[in-house]
Design a protein around this ligand. Sequence first.
Ligand SMILES: Nc1ncnc2c1ncn2[C@@H]1O[C@H](COP(=O)(O)OP(=O)(O)O)[C@@H](O)[C@H]1O
Ligand SMILES: [Mg+2]
Length: 262
Amino acid sequence: MNIPGVEDLRVYYEGRRGLFGRKDGVWALKGVSLSRAAPLGRLAIVGESGSGKTTLLRALLGLIKPTSGVVSLFGKSWEDMTTAEKLSARSMCGYIPQDPYGALPPTLNVLGAVTEPWNIVHNRAERAEGVRRAKELLTELKLPEEMWNERVRYSLSGGQRQRVAVARALILEPKLLLADEPTAMQDVSTRAEVLDALNRRVRSGMSMILVTHDLLLAGRAAERIAVLYKGEIVEEGESQAVLASPRHGYTRALLAALPRLE
Ligand SMILES: Nc1ncnc2c1ncn2[C@@H]1O[C@H](COP(=O)(O)OP(=O)(O)O)[C@@H](O)[C@H]1O
Ligand SMILES: [Mg+2]
């Protein structure tokens, strides 16, 4: 698996004219690079709200054009890809967006939302296989069968919607999964189901970039951690090393803020 390349990535959001006058622009990412030293496996990007995590994921997916710097996927930078190459790169990626409310097609039912990506890339003859896979995923993610025909917009909790988004991201068996706080809306038991489902795919060869604000979750769910703070990576390394001897003051502060087992 080619490691995604991120070199000196900067993203500036223009200010907007808001209700209360002009809002200043912000540098969401201020020169982010990711190490290419280690095989990708599972990388967690950890940081507080507003540190630029979602921006980094969206730039990796080619959904945001960098203000400067280079982002490459599967060995080629987004800028150098042809339209066909971009489509192919996207189809090899699964994306679990942070906000499952905005991200799921509101008019579809649960089964329809999960099979939609499949139906875009496969022809009619393969529809039944898509439905079979979707049902398997929904069962694995503990979404009961009586829910499969419910509309996504109504009658689903945040956690259930998020699990639908997970199934939708996995149905094409991505080589690389980009997961933005995929368990933020889960309770303890369904959180384990989601992480188990992701880890099963990792064991069969999928790579994963997991965004979370939870340093302990990052340590458990990924071999490597990159700590993002105010648009910069302040620390990157093997999870155990980062947790055992954090080098940056911000990482230490995150650790110190964790509840302690007495
Ligand atoms: N579309 C946008 N327009 C303007 N500012 C944005 C936009 N998206 C994010 N930002 C700002 O960029 C910074 C990083 O946001 P984000 O990448 O969402 O961080 P995180 O996911 O870590 O919470 C924040 O200051 C946020 O307010
Ligand atoms: Mg975010």
